[in-house]
Design a protein around this ligand. Structure first.
Ligand SMILES: Cc1cc2nc3c(=O)[nH]c(=O)nc-3n(C[C@H](O)[C@H](O)[C@H](O)COP(=O)(O)OP(=O)(O)OC[C@H]3O[C@@H](n4cnc5c(N)ncnc54)[C@H](O)[C@@H]3O)c2cc1C
Length: 381
């Protein structure tokens, strides 16, 4: 399981060094973790740090609401960063073209004046409405939130690593079979098989060769979905005998007494057996609606049904915006999610401040907002 990182809106999305204990492309620098015992009080809890969750954080500030963001992943950006960081996006208003990574950077920059805490490596699990109408939300990693409203910006659900489809792998998880690399030192002087052909697989294979006795990258074909510079570096490392590459797939694990001994690789025309201490499987991420499916919300086709006048779900006080929202003619577009978040937060305001009437002010006339943006104030609304 991942550990918690606590960061704030405004951090850059530049990758960390491969020796970082988090993923090789983690953008954030973890600061002091929030105490898991004391509830964190906020007006709105935003579940998901994808583009829509980040824009919702900005919009919460504009509307005058405090917020906190949680995400299962160790880095912000949702699908934009996980699935297509370097692809250009052409349909964001007033930005003719930017890569998905640039969009996330710009959203972070836009949020920065509100200094919103982002809790990474935290999967929201349970929700309970109290008698006073507020919600207690817990994460699987022990955080507790006390919030007036919940903004689900959870995309297609929490991203989880795609696991090896071999039953014998399950009891070896964390000890010998890994779906992320937490600490390179754990692999010092070991034989490590890295399975996968994307950026993470190549980055980690390259990083592991610096500490491991032997590194073998296994991928089903001699072509990769990683950036060209990583592929070139990997091929150079193979030529220099610093690591090996095999075309094939993981067929079986031999693990007498629950200790990985060897791995069978299926190849065209036969199988190969490699003695190994560890297997690192980096097949990418799959989305799973997970615990949110048990929150008593009306779910249609794996998405949360909402009222399009305010994007509120069947449970008043819980909103769904972005890809997770379901309504007639819903388009899974970033633009749609921005609009949904904006309307949802205006309704959320009535839960956070039932005794106040929010006066609508265009941002162009909002002196407080202008001041905050100009000074980069860390004030939380
Ligand atoms: C290849 C590709 C190209 C695309 N191109 C475009 C384009 O050009 N223009 C466009 O408008 N759209 C495009 N899209 C779609 C766009 O990326 C999505 O509409 C957008 O990412 C949705 O944003 P979101 O914030 O709702 O969800 P996501 O980006 O999916 O983020 C959701 C976040 O919520 C987190 N989460 C989920 N469940 C939990 C939980 N229980 N606890 C904590 N965290 C949780 C996830 O880890 C994730 O980080 C593209 C999509 C793909 C795959």
């Amino acid at each position: 399981m991942t550990s918690e990182s606590d960061t704030r809106v405004g951090a850059s999305t530049a990758p960390t060094s491969p020796t970082s204990p988090t993923s090789p492309t983690s953008p954030t620098s973890p600061t002091s973790p929030t105490s898991p015992t004391s509830p964190i009080s906020t007006d709105v809890l935003i579940v998901g740090a994808g583009p829509v969750g980040l824009f919702a954080a900005f919009e919460a500030g504009v509307v005058g609401l405090s917020c906190q963001i949680v995400d299962t992943l160790e880095r912000i950006g949702g699908q934009c960063i996980e699935l297509y960081p370097d692809k250009p996006i052409y349909d964001i208003p007033a930005i003719p073209s930017c890569t998905a990574r640039e969009l996330v950077d710009r959203l972070m920059e836009q949020c920065r004046p509100f200094n919103v805490p982002i809790h990474l490596g935290q999967r929201v699990e349970t929700v309970q409405q109290r008698e006073d109408g507020r919600w207690t939300v817990t994460t699987g990693q022990g955080l507790v939130f006390d919030t007036a409203a919940i903004m689900l910006a959870a995309g297609n659900g929490a991203f989880v690593p795609q696991r090896l489809a071999l039953p014998e792998a399950t009891p070896l998880e964390d000890s010998h079979v890994h779906y992320s690399v937490r600490n390179l030192a754990d692999f010092a002087d070991k034989t490590v098989i890295v399975a996968g052909g994307g950026d993470s697989a190549l980055d980690w294979a390259l990083a592991l060769r610096q500490v491991a006795r032997r590194v073998v990258l296994v991928h089903r074909r001699n072509g990769f979905s990683a950036v060209a510079s990583s592929v070139d570096e990997m091929r150079r490392a193979v030529d220099a005998d610093e690591m090996e590459f095999m075309v094939g797939s993981i067929a079986a694990l031999a693990a007498p007494e629950n200790k990985l001994a060897s791995i069978e690789i299926r190849q065209i025309g036969g199988t190969a057996q490699i003695d190994a201490d560890h297997l690192v499987v980096l097949y990418g991420l799959v989305a799973d609606l997970g615990p949110i499916a048990n929150w008593g919300l009306k779910i249609i086709g794996g998405r949360v049904d909402v009222d399009t006048s305010n994007y509120e779900s069947s449970r008043p006080g819980i909103f769904a915006v972005g890809d997770i929202a379901n309504y007639p003619n819903k388009q899974k577009l970033i633009l749609s999610g921005f609009h949904e978040a904006s309307l949802a937060l205006r309704k959320a305001y009535t839960y956070a401040h039932p005794d106040k009437k929010r006066v609508h002010v265009h941002s162009s006339y909002d002196a407080g907002l202008a001041d905050r943006i100009a000074t980069g104030s860390t004030h939380q609304a």
